[in-house]
Design a binder for this molecule. Structure first.
Ligand SMILES: Cc1cc2nc3c(=O)[nH]c(=O)nc-3n(C[C@H](O)[C@H](O)[C@H](O)COP(=O)(O)OP(=O)(O)OC[C@H]3O[C@@H](n4cnc5c(N)ncnc54)[C@H](O)[C@@H]3O)c2cc1C
Length: 402
């Protein structure tokens, strides 16, 4: 079958990770005339309304740095809010007030904010708009990738009527990645039977730019600041509990969240539509295969506990774009792909297993663990060097490779 177009690099998937990947590559290619192909299963979102994702992402300053370098971070109109403090309430059982609270302040690291909480939908729409006006990105939208075949030093991609031959295929196609599957890369899966309910809510007390994560039996209950007296809620619990709460009317849902939210934010006002996200962690057993590299959720999916997922994905993007920019020539060079896998392995595995272990402990939350958790948080509170080390670990940078 004749292939319509021959490209150096094709990015598959136009979620936040794939859009950022295509932009980072175009930026690195600027002036060379090289073109990146971006394969999107559906037309790119042109407005927030079209990007159907109820989540927000707490993105730490290193990730915000990458988005700024890509020209898409301007808080005006983004619906984003800075995060000055992060509060963890450990060992809380039924209500919010029972646990031990530990608050980290960005000022302790000499920073104004740890990061920003950004609605995924507005971020995706803004990235898509930037892709649309950036020279050097050819968007093929409207049909999912259906087939990948190997042909010498190219991979042949078929998506609807689109036929492409690429020297490197970057899989940014999410948790059920076809790029990963067709490469024969298997995954380790962890399913603790949890589902997250996500929505926004208005409240009467100011949030003071503090993100609050309550560690409760069943999973974390997290309130993350949005502009004004509004916050986003990520309420992770056992799936049966979450499903029952999804069926509640607004008044009953407000009543269910009141004991947890109101001690911090006062009486709850208007609620947005609720979205459900089953939590199934997945880790790809390899990040690369011949002429393929995985980024974002194609490589790692984790619990929202600790808000690490997209931060990690943007580090994948920056590392791969930096390596490709530093090694002109064949983008599918095995040595380059090995360097990418090596550069990302420790960060990804440490976050994946660290979050999975913490998630498991939080959700079991048996009385002895609740006590240990309270003691550990209390101890951390009194040990400034340990607090700083923890904060620095959390803030690990996006490599400045662009
Ligand atoms: C409840 C919740 C809260 C979260 N909060 C945070 C947070 O606060 N901070 C944080 O850092 N992270 C957070 N995360 C993680 C973050 O939301 C995800 O990591 C991120 O949205 C995944 O983006 P992605 O682009 O990698 O994947 P996706 O958004 O899944 O994008 C994949 C894209 O690939 C496309 N695609 C799939 N198959 C094909 C195909 N065959 N051909 C072409 N295209 C294809 C899809 O249509 C989609 O557009 C949270 C996650 C959850 C569940």
């Amino acid at each position: 079958m004749p292939f319509e177009q021959d490209v150096e690099i094709a990015v598959v998937g136009a979620g936040i990770t794939g859009l950022a990947m295509a932009l980072a590559l175009a930026r690195a290619n600027a002036g060379t005339g090289a073109e990146v192909a971006l394969l999107a299963a559906a037309p790119l979102p042109t407005s927030r309304a079209e990007a159907a994702d109820g989540r927000t992402a707490a993105l730490l300053m290193p990730a915000i740095g990458l988005l700024t370098r890509l020209g898409v971070f301007d808080p005006t109109g983004l619906g984003a809010e800075p995060l000055y403090r992060l509060r963890i309430v450990g060992g809380s059982g039924k209500g919010a007030a029972e646990g031990t609270a530990l608050t980290f302040d960005a000022a302790e690291l000499g920073m104004e904010a740890f990061g920003w909480n950004i609605p995924n939908a507005t971020l995706a729409a803004r990235l898509a708009a930037a892709v649309g006006r950036t020279a050097g990105i050819a968007v093929h939208a409207g049909a999912p990738l259906q087939n990948v075949t190997e042909a010498g030093d190219r991979l042949l991609l078929e998506a609807g009527d689109t036929r492409l031959a690429a020297r490197l295929v970057i899989g940014a196609d999410g948790r059920d990645s076809m790029v990963r599957e067709t490469a024969g890369i298997t995954t380790t899966q962890r399913d603790h039977g949890q589902t997250a309910i996500v929505c926004r809510f208005a409240h009467t007390k100011p949030h003071r730019n503090i993100s609050t994560e309550l560690h409760r039996q069943g999973g974390p209950f997290t309130m993350v600041p949005l502009p004004g007296r509004n916050s986003s809620l990520v309420w992770v619990d056992r799936t049966a509990e979450s499903e029952a709460r999804l069926d509640l009317d607004d008044d009953a849902f407000r009543e269910a969240m009141a004991p947890l939210a109101e001690p911090w934010l006062g009486p709850i006002g208007a609620l947005s539509r609720r979205h459900a996200y089953p939590i199934r962690a997945r880790l790809a057993k390899a990040l690369t295969a011949p002429r393929r590299a995985l980024v974002g959720e194609a490589a790692h999916v984790m619990s929202p506990l600790g808000a690490q997922g997209l931060n990690l994905s943007l580090r994948d993007v920056a590392t791969l774009a930096g390596l490709l920019a530093a090694h002109p020539g064949d983008p599918g060079d095995p040595a380059l792909l090995a360097a990418y896998a090596e550069a990302r392995a420790v960060d990804i595995k440490a976050r994946f297993w660290g979050i999975d272990t913490l998630n498991h402990m939080v959700m079991q939350s048996l009385p002895p663990f609740r006590l240990a958790s309270s003691l550990a948080l209390g101890l951390l509170d009194r040990l400034p060097p340990a607090r700083r080390a923890l904060m620095q670990g959390m803030m690990e940078g996006v490599p400045d490779g662009l």
